[in-house]
Write a protein that binds this ligand. Structure first.
Ligand SMILES: [Zn+2]
Length: 152
């Protein structure tokens, strides 16, 4: 008898998370849509925790590289607010737009704290709370008093 009623379909959820534009929820592992996370007060549809985006190594590196390219380009075209204001403004706006794009494409979902992403301690606490909630959910459905006897 290998049937474990307490086993969650975590491997299935991880596979689904590999899907494009989706990332696993840091608390329950459920695949979250990145597009939804760009909105404030986004919640995981499985564990109902509030989520936000946290910059990743990839998004930070791309932003740094973009900054270097723009600095070189601004030096080359002498784009400074005083003499070449329009070119400077175009550089600034494009840089902000690219930085936002990298962030939303490559940032990782994170449990939201009061201000920005929650601390690792808060994440561990919420994970533990989620596990306790799922265990109490299964114990409710597996309550022997609610079941009809199988051996009659
Ligand atoms: Zn979740």
């Amino acid at each position: 008898m290998n049937d474990n009623p307490y086993q969650t379909p975590s491997s299935l959820m991880t596979l689904a998370a590999v899907e494009k534009h989706k990332a696993p929820c840091p608390v329950c592992g459920y695949p979250l849509s990145r597009v939804r996370l760009t909105f404030p007060f986004a919640r995981c549809s499985n564990c109902r925790r509030r989520m936000c985006l946290r910059r990743s190594w990839k998004s930070s590196t791309l932003s740094t590289l973009t900054a270097i390219v723009f600095f070189v380009s601004m030096s080359y075209f002498e784009a400074v607010p005083g003499s070449n204001g329009l070119l400077f403004a175009i550089h600034a706006v494009t840089f902000l737009a690219l930085g936002t794009t990298w962030f939303h494409l490559f940032a990782q979902p994170s449990l939201a704290g009061r201000l920005g992403p929650a601390s690792p301690v808060e994440l561990v606490r919420e994970k533990r709370r989620f596990l306790e909630e799922s265990v109490s959910d299964t114990s409710l459905t597996d309550n022997p008093e609610n079941q009809t006897p199988e051996h009659s």
